[in-house]
Write a new protein. Sequence first.
Length: 328
Amino acid sequence: MATEPAQAAEAYHPRPMGGPWGLKISGIGAALPEKVLTNADLTAWMDTSDEWIRERTGIGERRIGGSTSGLSTEAAQLALADAGVEASEIDQVILATTSPDHICPGTAPAVARELGILAGAFDLQAACSGWVYGLIVANGLLLQGMDKILVIGAETLDRITDYHDRGTGILFGNGAGAAVVERDTTGAGQLLSWDMGSNGNYVHILYADHGDVLQMDGKEVFRQAVTVMQRSATAAMDRAGLTADDIDLIIPHQANIRIVEAAWKRLGFDMDRTAMVLERTGNTSAASIPLALDHALSENRVEPGSTVMFLGFGAGMTWACAIVRWAG
């Protein structure tokens, strides 16, 4: 239940700015709608098969239903509990989404309301790169003196997906992932390097107009995605003085297993060091990377001192890479 504004105001205390700090992800939470849409379900609406979809995408099912604010709130509550942090301690809410509840206002203030937070709250729209953009922005705010920030990625893509279209309907689903990102004064946790970019010349290869559904040039998305993943990961590793062998875990945007495999061949990564949840979630855009991080942590694939790469790409065309030394 949301905290009343008067109650939240009493607990909220702005913090002084200034000082060099590190970064640590202290809590993670994930939320998926209950309703599962399987590949077999889609065969009733389009000419396809479970085998055809799995072979081309790696997807077996996706979730539909819920709202972006509702899924965001659920994931954020789990992240706060995981971190042992009270809502009153949060200095900023960043919600990465390409499917907000409304055109206006943003969805982040509604999520903050449900959590009982009166700190700043804004939506960030960088499509599937959004959560990594949010992590990088959060690091900048921590460097300015903030203590704790909620970085959420959430989508309800079923509202803009035509599940009768074999080009897009096999791909997209709903979900949310949230992280509590804290200032770390010990030096153990760090954002070692990052890379962000965009190329608006490719807006037309993946887009949705107001009141319409997603349109995609699948072949061109594949080609551009592989290229920008390679360039962004290489740029971030170069800035950190790292090589592919130095990365302990790679958490890419969960769009299509074939895109990841093609990019990994160029980068010298292997799937054994890659966190994937694509098979059971489909492409959840800005939610996909925190969902995969949550799953990796549940399998104890990250430990203090690990070097973790977050690598996103998406409509716009946008891309982002962040390399983090994990503080635990």
